[in-house]
Design a protein around this ligand. Structure first.
Ligand code: AP5
Ligand code: MG
Length: 223
């Protein structure tokens, strides 16, 4: 049976990847990030990667059919039984409904949906100064989270690069395309009683602390 499932919600640049990594380590859950999976597929030149690249470059969502199938296969991996932190999925209500169904089939559900809230101006600042590691997608920031050695990941020593969708014009498109549908997903989970908003404008460690508290509260509520 699948373990507890935490859906980490937040706009592009809100800190989902940063926080998912911390939470996955603390809770010993699997970190499942659809954006990272697509970037791996692009790097490998697979058919999914070729299709995904077209949409990612425009700041648009990759079609649901492809995304849902990829996620469903990932949830079937044995480490999902430990518990899962979902980072970047679901991105619209159709994906949220597909997730509910996929989890029901495996005897699970979304236990908590913490929502990292950050202002639009701060999202633009964060994406503009971001560097990502090649190996695992660990996030850094020129000002708020510089690596110990420039251009090198503190965790796995791999090279840091800037994502092609972090160019100013693509950031603009991502926010324009995706903030509205994120609002619908937030309402979906509010309606199911699992939404837990967290102030994402605080330092990384404080956001992590608040997320852990929020997750505990929501999981406890259901006994
Ligand atoms: P995805 O990879 O999911 O990107 P995203 O949602 O745009 O989010 P980001 O990864 O840009 O930001 P993040 O919230 O992880 O922030 P991070 O921790 O890095 O998706 C990319 C594309 O793939 C999509 O546009 C779409 O095309 C496609 N895709 C993916 N999933 C899909 C799906 N389900 N359906 C359809 N298409 C899909 O932090 C950002 C920066 O801020 C970093 O520099 C970090 O160091 C810094 N930072 C983090 N926290 C703080 C803090 N508290 N204070 C100061 N700085 C901070
Ligand atoms: Mg991310």
């Amino acid at each position: 049976m699948i373990g507890d499932v935490i859906v980490l919600l937040g706009a592009p640049g809100a800190g989902k990847g940063t926080q998912a990594q911390i939470l996955a380590e603390k809770l010993e859950f699997a970190h499942v990030a659809t954006g990272d999976m697509f970037r791996d597929a692009v790097a490998d030149g697979t058919p999914v990667g070729l299709l995904a690249k077209e949409f990612m470059d425009k700041g648009e969502l990759v079609p649901d059919e492809v995304t849902i199938e990829m996620l469903d296969e990932r949830l079937a991996e044995p480490d999902a039984n430990l518990g899962v932190i979902l980072d970047g999925f679901p991105r619209n209500v159709a994906q949220a409904e597909a997730l509910t169904e996929a989890l029901e089939e495996r005897g699970g559900k979304v236990n908590a949906a913490p929502y990292i809230e950050v202002s639009e101006a701060e999202l633009v600042r964060r994406l503009g100064g971001r560097w990502i590691c090649r190996a695992e997608g660990h996030s850094y920031h020129e000002q708020s989270k510089p690596p110990a050695t420039e251009g090198v990941c503190d965790i796995d020593g791999s090279e840091l690069y800037q994502r092609s969708d972090d160019k100013p014009e693509t950031v603009k498109a991502r926010l324009a395309q995706q903030l509205g549908v994120l609002g619908e997903v937030v309402e979906y989970y509010r309606g199911r009683g699992v939404l837990a908003p967290v102030d994402g404008s605080q330092p990384i460690e404080k956001v992590a602390e608040d997320l852990l508290t929020a997750i505990e509260t929501v999981v406890k509520k259901e006994g």
